[in-house]
Design a protein around this ligand. Structure first.
Ligand SMILES: *Cc1c(COP(=O)(O)O)cnc(C)c1O
Length: 369
């Protein structure tokens, strides 16, 4: 067996296998939506929202939601510069203009002051991405959104298990989106979820998601708008239903792994870890270490040290504005600076204490060097 420590892999038990097998054997014809509808109901209850619809990905869920809000050419959408491309790709495909703002140095989420400063008459939405499980300041963002008449959207793909007070990530904005990609806290292989408390928005999204077929349209095969095909398959949903029955366990392991890292690394000088301020719950999708500037530790040194130790470290997201298709934003200082001295640590469900010690040894070694 290889000595390599993976950064993430899903936890698949006999239950997931049994449900997927059942869906493959029986989930056709009149039963072809059974697991999909069950997953949607279970997820809405878990999150405390009125509506949920399962999608083929989080990217698809975001695309649907933005389209249902009518966002397109001439509109601006504000989001943090430190993000995976999936949060911005639908904005671009819809013809709108992304506006990247800098992140806060402790939560790594978008800075509400900069969000407010970036608002123009063209601004239609703010996408709050709860990075690595850290919560954006939802009180301030919702207040800014309400004051300017701008929708606040939550991309909660990385925030399964995170909460702002008593409200779960994804349940507070105009809509929320989730990813069940194999690297996420809960998986359906590929998949996602769109959630909202806005019934009219939900109706537009379900129509768009099903090739523009309105549920109230009496004619068969009669789309009333040109929609999309972003639906989840019943077999994927079956795996998701099994994961939902284990959701507390899946989130609990993420939190336990972070506790383990805190015990191993928390007392060290020269680094900082994911934060969990008073009143916030962090789902800790990705335990992350940021080295202080004066340690001299760089992204390249981190990649090399983890490679040498046979551990999959993962670089902190490159600033989107550093990618060739976007305009450079060197003024987003934190987004550039933090990414250049940070690394995501392995945190898969079955990771053991021995593995976490090996990871901690690499970090300690870098601080001594
Ligand atoms: C993983 C991720 C996505 C993309 O999810 P898919 O299901 O692969 O489309 C979108 N946004 C964020 C914040 C993510 O972490």
């Amino acid at each position: 067996m290889s000595n390599r420590i993976a950064y993430t892999k899903p936890s698949i038990t006999e239950r997931e296998v049994a449900y997927a097998t059942d869906a493959a054997r029986h989930g056709w014809g009149a039963r072809c939506y059974d697991y999909i509808h069950r997953l949607e109901r279970d997820y809405a209850v878990h999150l405390g929202v009125k509506h949920a619809t399962a999608t083929s990905s989080c990217t698809g869920a975001l695309h649907l939601g933005l389209a249902a809000l009518g966002i397109g050419a001439g509109d601006e959408v504000i989001l943090a510069d430190s993000n995976w491309i999936a949060s911005v790709a639908p904005v671009v495909h819809l013809g709108a203009t992304p506006v990247f703002v800098d992140i806060l140095s402790d939560s790594w989420c978008l800075d509400p002051d900069l969000v407010e400063a970036a608002i123009t008459p063209q601004t239609r939405a703010i996408i709050a991405v709860h990075l690595y499980g850290s919560m954006c300041d939802m009180d301030r963002l919702l207040e800014i959104g309400a004051r300017h008449g701008v929708a606040v959207i939550e991309d909660a793909a990385e925030a399964i298990g995170s909460a702002w007070g008593a409200k779960r990530a994804g349940s507070m904005g105009a809509f929320g989106t989730f990813s069940f990609h194999g690297t996420k806290t809960m998986t359906t292989g590929e998949g996602g979820m769109f959630v909202t408390n806005d019934s009219a928005l939900f109706e537009r999204v379900t129509t768009l998601s099903n090739h523009g077929r309105d549920a109230n349209e009496p004619r068969q095969f009669f789309p009333t708008v040109t929609g999309y095909k972003f639906k989840m398959s019943n077999i994927s949903a079956a795996i998701g239903c099994a994961q939902m029955e284990r959701i507390d366990e899946l989130i609990g392991r993420k939190r336990a792994i972070m506790t383990g890292y805190r015990q191993l690394l928390g007392a060290l000088d020269g680094i900082s870890l994911n934060i969990e301020p008073e009143g916030v719950t962090n789902g800790y999708w990705m335990p992350t270490v940021v080295f202080d500037r004066d340690t001299g530790v760089t992204r390249d040194m981190l990649i090399e040290a983890f490679r040498a130790a046979e551990i999959d470290g993962r670089v902190f997201f490159w600033p989107l504005s550093e990618l060739p298709m976007f305009e450079a934003r060197p003024d987003n200082v934190n987004a550039h600076d933090i990414a250049a001295r940070a690394i995501n640590l392995p945190s898969y469900h079955d990771m053991d204490e021995h593995g976490q010690k090996r990871v901690a040894d690499v970090i300690r070694g870098l601080l001594k060097a």
